[in-house]
Design a protein around this ligand. Sequence first.
Ligand SMILES: [Zn+2]
Length: 308
Amino acid sequence: MIGAVDIGGTKIAVGMVDNSGTVLSQAQAPTDPDHYTSGIKSIADMLRETSQKAGVELTGIGIGSTGPVDPIRGEFGDVDFLPGWRGKSPVRDLEAIFNVRVALENDGDAAALAEAGWGAGRNRSRLIYVTVGTGIGGGIVLDGQLYRGVNGAHPEVGHHVVDPAGPECSCGFRGCWESLAAGPAMVAWIESHAPAAYLHRPGVTAKRICELAQEGDDVALQAVEHEAYYLGLGLANLINLFTPDAIVLSGSVMKSAPLFLDRIREVIRRGCRFVPAEKTQLTLASLGDDTNLIGAARVWHYRFGQGT
Ligand SMILES: [Zn+2]
């Protein structure tokens, strides 16, 4: 029974996940970006609480975390929004508390491993996982192995440029895929393009825009069209670069995938003529809202398990 820990910028989720990827119990707490020691204490408390609730004994701990992290050393890297956690080792600290083996990966890689092992990516030898929410992240799994860059680095699929004249991004470029095709890009489009009298503008969210588009709202439909175009460009780039068997789509924006998929496929068809793009299956993630938590557990199996 694996204790799964999903560390995000705003909340930490903890749960017990069995050997088939089912979450038996879970708890969550807000992330304190400045204080690592109290954060680890809170994680340990939640691990005890959830294992008790599920009536199971912890045999290992897997962690998926917002990045960058160093999976080999088991340490946090230079995480902008968790300043108090930089350079700390949750692997060493949780091993000391629970006396079990602990593994850490970037959360995009963790979720990619989960979809590859227990979800929509099963039996796909070349798989790219993409999550579209407040940002765009992902992971690449080739023949069951996580693709790692130099020094174990995690590739940033959200930060390839699709329009150099686009909005500034925190990475240093303009017009990254993330800045044009994550949820906030739809909100930004409404804010700069909707007519002055547009009633739904104040406080609009990506989720609300999708609902309005489903109801046939003309302005929301234009925002969706814009979003789908940029989603399609980025996915077409991934297909041209990697020609994977499947791209698994996840994240809050992809909960409204039917709004985007036709246009995405049209963009891909138009621009991927030199690769068998029709052979790359676009598929929706199948593990639901617990993907990141299940991914954290999968990290342990990936590192230490055999044949799982
Ligand atoms: Zn960027």
